[in-house]
Design a binder for this molecule. Structure first.
Ligand code: GLA
Length: 728
């Protein structure tokens, strides 16, 4: 046994250890706190018998793998084994990750182990395991990138056709995670438009639980993230949690399968439904990454590891560390009524409040007076903006703010010049009427001519009107009639080709305009996965801006994603979506949990409201580094009645902010305490507002009283406060 690719001397990088188990090749992936054990099983199947706490050893046998195997008459079957990548063609009977066939009818994959490669890429240990199917001439490479300091492993698969005949890939999932026999519960995120990111928990029972998207994007309905815990063992701050987040913005699937021996397998990747990929000789297909990990610090610990991954690895590097500006967005104030003078009036108000980025939303282009026309024509409507866009851009810059603009590049209204010129550029099926969604159709982004035309329009937009620093990239409908009649052999590839083309286009624009930031939007948070966060800097979390609903939405979002990617607006009351009336300060305190924005008609705000807004924007800027870079701890989850609380701690542990809320109180309820987390026990912290002091240990042990309601004026509802504590 010997160890390779060990990281820096301080051990902050992960390592790959080549070893042997029962006289067969095995590998240990080690991170700060965890170890993943991989080994070859019968028939060269790749097994993953252990992913958990580090045993402080590099001998695979020390993890005491149980002797596995079926009853004698079924010894040759491999079900019941912890398969790391089950393939159709093995005698495994579980949900397969890989299905391949050839025109001559050969199908079923049997892989033989060929070689391992251990390397260090960008200071990270990487293990690649190469397998081959000699009948299909198919090479399968399993890749593991070890993030030692983050306790994460990014897994992906490359499938290569090394033969002379084309192969049909019927499914290529990213990875499977087998867990040993026990009883488990799964956390997943679900929702709909205006109600994204509801955290649900359910027991995994015999049979399958499938969560997925078939809508084209990662979707509002389900989110490509999961966390699993032994039943009853883990909670917010403690306990074993295995988790994963798929870096893919298109159709996806996660299958949780409780096997007959009570083991669980979780297989996740690109949705196989209606997928098919013709793999030409010499070509390869690379799956998206499934970033997974293990934590003993409960759901909160798992979330913080994924936040750190986004903040230090995934987000576009050039903007990764930049503070996200306070933005204003004019959508709820104007809808399609975009007019230069009114926008400028809003911009003046916004600047006076302390806004740093002014974003003109939908309605500025083509014949876009309503949602029935204009999408696809990304040219300035000079009736609405008589001085052109350049004038408005200059005016906004003159007020000391950056300028941002809304686009929806993958869509077209039938009533548009683009559609009239190229009706065949949309997804359609011959002989069938196309289904409209929000009066629009989806462009076939698999087509190189569509990609080129949209790129040219966006490039013109970004070069012809002065410097545009920010684009809100929207996507407002699910896909239907998805096909490419002119390329019948590639019809089922478009689900993937489209997503890759969007990534490429975003990447190309970012390379050409390095100062550009992009916000991902899809009717709110319908495309806010780890994949899109490689190319965009932040996400419009939901079209629902009601402060009470937002507490739930933001709670769910932040289980999977970093607060520095989560955009929240303060909007007007009664709220557009719910009719609820929350006080301005409460609305701000909720929006301050991530990237603060204002989306109300600030032209109509009273002088008193503008004054409050100015103060709260200034307060936000003070704690912005804490919120956008800090470690987040949910102290009390949002509840219909009673308090909830979320805390942020700076990396150096000197500062913490505690956000306290109560949408609805209960008459006569006693004052609850919340225990803070993540502080330095020995340090003395001082509450900025009133000078109260305590030690980190006491704040974490005894906690702080959640005294949101004063005995003298018992207003029970819509209470909120942000306490900042600082140490020396
Ligand atoms: C979507 C977005 C909104 C807004 C509108 C504009 O619904 O989520 O924020 O941009 O489109 O049409």
């Amino acid at each position: 046994m010997h160890t390779e690719a060990l990281g820096e001397a301080d051990g902050s990088a992960g390592a790959v250890v080549r070893t042997r188990l029962e006289d067969r090749p095995a590998w240990l992936l080690t991170t700060h706190n965890t170890t993943v054990c991989l080994c070859l099983g019968p028939e060269d199947t790749l097994l993953l018998p252990y992913w958990g706490a580090s045993g402080q050893t590099t001998a695979a046998a020390d993890y005491l793998p149980e002797r596995m195997g079926n009853r004698p008459s079924e010894r040759a079957f491999v079900d019941g084994l912890p398969l790391a990548y089950p393939s159709h063609g093995e005698a495994s009977f579980v949900e397969p990750c890989l299905m391949v066939s050839r025109a001559d009818g050969s199908r079923g994959v049997r892989l033989e182990f060929v070689a391992d490669r251990v390397s260090a890429v960008g200071g990270r240990a990487v293990l690649e395991l190469v397998f081959i199917d000699r009948l299909l001439d198919l090479v399968v490479e399993q890749r593991f990138v070890v993030f030692g300091e983050l306790d994460l492993v990014a897994r992906s698969v490359t499938v290569r056709n090394s033969g002379a005949e084309a192969l049909l890939l019927e499914r290529v999932l990213s990875a499977a995670l087998p867990l040993p026999p026990a009883e488990y519960d799964a956390w997943t995120l679900h929702g709909q438009w205006g109600r994204e990111f509801e955290l649900r928990s359910r027991p995994l029972q015999p049979g399958k639980f499938v969560t997925e998207s078939r809508r084209g994007t990662s979707s509002h309905e389900a989110h490509p993230w999961f966390a699993v815990r032994p039943r009853g063992e883990a909670a917010e701050h403690v306990g074993q949690v295995w988790f994963g987040s798929l870096a893919w913005s298109g159709n996806w699937v996660a299958v949780f399968e409780a096997e007959r021996n009570d083991a669980v397998q979780i297989a996740m990747g690109i949705q196989p439904f209606d997928f098919g990929w013709r793999l030409e000789p010499g070509a390869d297909f690379v799956s998206p990454e499934l970033v997974g990990g293990y934590s003993e610090r409960g759901l909160g610990g798992a979330s913080r590891l994924l936040h750190a991954y986004e903040q230090t690895v995934q987000l576009p590097a050039n903007q990764r560390e930049r503070p996200r500006p306070v933005l204003y967005n004019s959508w709820e104030a104007t809808h399609f009524e975009v007019h230069a003078e009114h926008q400028l009036e809003l911009a003046r108000r916004a600047a006076a409040i302390g806004v740093e980025l002014f974003v003109v939303d939908d309605g500025w282009f083509g014949a876009r007076d309503h949602d029935r026309a204009g999408l696809g024509d990304w040219t300035v409507n000079t009736r609405k903006l008589p001085g052109g866009l350049r004038q408005l851009v200059n005016d906004v810059h003159g007020l000391g703010m950056q300028f941002g603009i809304w686009v929806e590049p993958e869509m077209v209204n039938p009533d548009s010049d683009l559609y009239r010129a190229h009706p065949d550029w949309t997804y359609h099926a011959i002989g069938r009427e196309a289904t409209l969604g929000r009066n629009q159709l989806v462009l076939n982004f698999a087509r190189p001519d569509v990609q080129a035309a949209i790129y040219q329009q966006l490039r013109n937009l970004l070069t012809e009107h002065g410097t545009i620093e920010f684009v809100k990239w929207d996507h407002n409908r699910a896909w239907t009639e998805v096909g490419w009649p002119e390329r019948p052999m590639q019809q089922r590839e478009v689900w993937v080709r489209h997503v890759r083309a969007v990534y490429e286009l975003m990447g190309r624009l970012r390379a050409e305009f390095p100062e550009l930031s992009i916000e991902s939007c899809s009717g709110g948070g319908g495309r806010s996965d780890l994949g899109i966060l490689r190319w965009t800097d932040q996400v419009w979390t939901s079209d629902n801006t009601d402060a009470a609903d937002r507490l739930n939405i933001q709670y769910g979002y932040s289980r999977a994603h970093s607060p520095r990617t989560m955009v929240n607006w303060v909007t007007d009351v009664p709220n557009e979506q719910t009719g609820r009336v929350a006080p301005l300060e409460f609305r701000f305190h909720v929006a301050m949990q991530g990237v603060l924005g204002i989306g109300g008609d600030i032209g109509r705000w009273s002088g008193a409201d503008v004054h409050i807004a100015r103060q709260l924007v200034a307060a936000y800027k003070e704690i912005r580094p804490l919120v956008q870079n800090g470690r987040q701890y949910w102290l009390l989850a949002p509840a219909a009645i009673g308090p909830c609380a979320v805390q942020y701690v700076s990396a150096d542990l000197r500062e913490t902010a505690v956000f306290l809320y109560q949408v609805r109180g209960l008459r006569g309820a006693g004052v609850r305490r919340v225990r803070l987390h993540g502080l330095d026990p020995a340090r003395r912290y001082r509450r900025v507002a009133d000078g109260v002091e305590s030690t980190g240990a006491a704040l974490m042990g005894a906690g702080v009283p959640l005294d949101l309601v004063s005995a003298r004026a018992p207003t029970l509802d819509w209470r909120s406060r942000i306490d900042v504590w600082r140490g020396p």
